[in-house]
Ligand binder design. Sequence first.
Ligand SMILES: C[S@@+](CC[C@H](N)C(=O)[O-])C[C@H]1O[C@@H](n2cnc3c(N)ncnc32)[C@H](O)[C@@H]1O
Length: 455
Amino acid sequence: MKLPTAFIEKYRQLLGNETDAFLAAFDQPSCSGFRTNPLKNGQPDATLKTASGKIEYVENGWFGKVDGKSLDHVTGWVYSQEPSAMYVGEVVDPQPGERVLDLCAAPGGKSTHLIAKMHDEGLLVANEIFRKRANILAENLERWGTRHAVVMNESPADLEKQFPQFFDRILVDAPCSGEGMFRKEPAGIEYWTPDYPSECANRQRKILSSAMKMLKPGGTLVYSTCTFAPEEDEQNAAWLLDNYDLTMEPIKKYAGMDDGRPEWADGNPELSRAVRLFPHHIQGEGHFIAKFRLQGGSVMPVSAKKKSKKKGKQRANHNSITKEQRTLFEKFAAQTMPSYQANHLLTYGDQLYDLPKGIDEIAQMTILRPGLHLGTFKKNRFEPALAWALASQPTDTDHVLSITLDQWRQYVHGDTLQLSGEPGWQLLVCQGHVCGWGKLVGQTLKNFYPKGLRF
Ligand SMILES: C[S@@+](CC[C@H](N)C(=O)[O-])C[C@H]1O[C@@H](n2cnc3c(N)ncnc32)[C@H](O)[C@@H]1O
């Protein structure tokens, strides 16, 4: 791989006699991995069969590739993620019931990991500043099958006003110079200049200052990058320690993981508590992870704040569910999903969502996914959403139709299937994987797989 001369010289200065091994790693193939989804009701056997080994430091992590058109992927039983990036979720270590913020979340590798570790209990706010990327994040979380994740599309500066001292844990997986991604996406090298890491570091500090305003005293902040640049890594960790009442938490280091390098910043020995994953020491693309705890005792829980309306930015309008809508929904739920316990039903236009607990005042935020998307109100009827199917287990209803893998392929292609069963709405299950909704009329299963997702 052709790396910039200034890049090579910089790392020669920093790494000394390790430099040749470090540079040689850029000529090795990039490393792939995936995580299995503990929120689903089984193991993705077909994908697991192709795995080349277990990742020691990630509970559900494996080396190997995911087929993007496979049943396992399309129904959210696996998430493709580069192995060193998976250690971030393990370090955040969120617990069921906590309030967790993933501030720079798209496309959702860490968010899917965090909500799985939370057993889908509590509240995950997954935020992404760019709308297109936020849409992909919402899609990935829907496939993963979660009820307790909210997807937002805000800048960190706007979000901080909304959630003062609100979160138990915050992850800032920052936009960075991406030196650890050069192998996978060599086009990234084009952006690199000797000044680029410092420019990124400035932007990261702004994001971190917003994050700090949203962290509860006693809460933890994890800061991670996929770059090797000390300006963005140890030097930003040192900046956090200098400017906030933070201490660094030790991080368990598995074989092949390195300590942070205090001498690459201000020499503060605490910085060695951070972890570096270098591609010449571990099978992965490369990451830097540091974990901090905000000092201070416990505080009264704070509720999310109402924000004054902003000029010039269109905010989605949510409403309480009307009496007629509630009747339609309850009729559907009683017939098809009787065990479903809604938390806080609200509508965006004709779309029905179930908002998780802990985030009641959302009127002025740009929310793409206010919790679980339950369905759409049509004229005098309710149509359930794919997201609801993907967040359900086959045991949640008696209205289950089993389909074969061939029938599943026809289903995701948008075809009508010939099947027999009870008339009405049916949850479709293929090899144990809940894969969507269909409506049986006579022996014809009407296909409700969303048109935009068909393939
Ligand atoms: C390293 S990526 C996040 C990857 C993600 N956590 C995952 O695991 O899939 C950083 C994200 O930060 C977003 N970003 C870019 N500029 C930003 C800014 N000024 N403030 C907040 N986020 C920003 C990018 O769009 C990108 O999605």
